[in-house]
Write a protein that binds this ligand. Structure first.
Ligand code: ADP
Ligand code: MG
Length: 337
């Protein structure tokens, strides 16, 4: 097996986004232990704000402080990946972090006010604006949306709640058998599919008494581009995966048992495998990429490494009581650099 690696940091970017202190944290008199130096790409942590404690500094490709607007996050992280998906390259954006740090805010955001929209709805607008502005080219845009919970895959755009299986064929690689994929004509239809999936996710989770923080969701947009040049048609296919990962908080703290323990084991397995895959992809000495160790990395195999673009946005909160989790998120993200 040959291992293709991302050769430059253009292909793999790690960003850290620190949310502001929440109103409750401010009311509770919480201190911020995180400071951000965007110019230098540094996150500085002062554990427990104790002057005697040493300062811990982490460096990343990009750091986005508490005042960073959704538009800035889109322009600096998502824009280049969506552009290359429109050119026929696969791309993936992950939101990683402890529950409550802003993964869903970053990936999905809110529709009202419009400036609070996250990466997903902005990418829809970007894709269809670009398509409208391109002549002599036909585009077909498909949407699919899955959730991975306890290493089981569910189709969020289908009424069928059965678990889907992974299959592999030499010509197509790994794929999710029976996954629905909808052809969409415009931004509104793409948004409708996304919202439909979000609703199905909530309904399914209510049935299982689970919650979104314990599962991964992957919204994928496949863009087929058929360009006619000198009477010859050229087809390119790019796929954009937008991933809201399960909360990375260490589950042992909650002394989980039974089904909660099972969830914890599966979340730890998939997040650690993702970390291992990414660090092997960026390590020139690595000879083996452990894609097969989790469903998440198997599904995304053709969109990680090789000719693809990937960004991980590690989300953190600034408050003192989250300090240990924040450091563990930064260590994880730093390993992926
Ligand atoms: P997660 O998905 O990681 O559990 P959420 O995205 O649900 O976290 O964010 C938790 C809360 O914090 C939400 O109320 C969200 O609106 C708010 N929040 C997160 N990030 C920001 C931010 N950068 N600016 C303002 N509010 C934020
Ligand atoms: Mg969330």
């Amino acid at each position: 097996m040959t291992v293709e690696k991302n050769k430059n940091s253009d292909c793999f970017k790690v960003a850290v986004r620190c949310r502001p202190l929440s109103n409750i944290e401010i009311q509770d008199g919480r201190d911020s232990v995180v400071s951000v130096n965007s110019q230098r790409g540094e996150i500085l942590i002062k554990p427990n704000n104790d002057p005697a404690e040493r300062l811990i500094i982490f460096t990343f490709d990009e750091v986005l402080g508490p005042d960073t607007q959704q538009d800035t996050v889109y322009q600096s992280i998502a824009y280049p990946i969506v552009e290359s998906a429109l050119e026929g390259y696969n791309g993936t954006i992950f939101a990683y972090g402890q529950t409550g740090t802003g993964k869903t805010h970053t990936i999905q955001g809110k529709n009202d006010p419009i400036c609070e929209r996250g990466i997903i709805p902005r990418s829809f607008e970007h894709i269809f604006r670009s398509i409208k502005g391109t002549s002599n080219t036909q585009f077909l845009v498909y949407a699919s949306f899955i959730e991975i919970y306890n290493e089981e895959i569910r189709d969020l755009l289908s009424n069928n709640s059965k678990h889907l299986q992974l299959r592999e064929k030499p010509e197509t690689g790994v794929f999710v058998k029976d996954l629905t994929s909808f052809l969409v004509q415009n931004e509104q239809e793409l948004n409708n599919k996304f919202m439909q999936g979000i609703q199905n996710r909530i309904v399914g989770q209510t049935k299982m008494s689970s919650c979104s923080s314990r599962s991964h969701s992957i919204f994928s947009v496949t863009i087929e581009k058929c360009e006619v040049l000198n009477g010859e048609s050229h087809v390119k296919v790019g796929k954009l995966n937008l991933v809201d990962l399960a909360g990375s908080e260490r589950q042992s703290k909650t002394q989980a048992t039974g089904s909660r323990l099972k969830e914890a084991v599966h979340i730890n397995l998939s997040l650690s495998t993702l970390g291992n895959v990414i660090s092997s992809l960026v390590d020139p000495k690595a000879t083996y990429i452990p894609y097969r160790d989790s469903k998440l990395t198997r599904i995304l195999q053709d969109s990680l490494g090789g000719n693809t673009k990937t960004a991980m946005i590690a989300n953190i909160g600034p408050a003192d009581y989250n300090c240990d989790e924040t450091i563990s998120t930064l260590r994880y993200a730093h390993r992926a650099k």
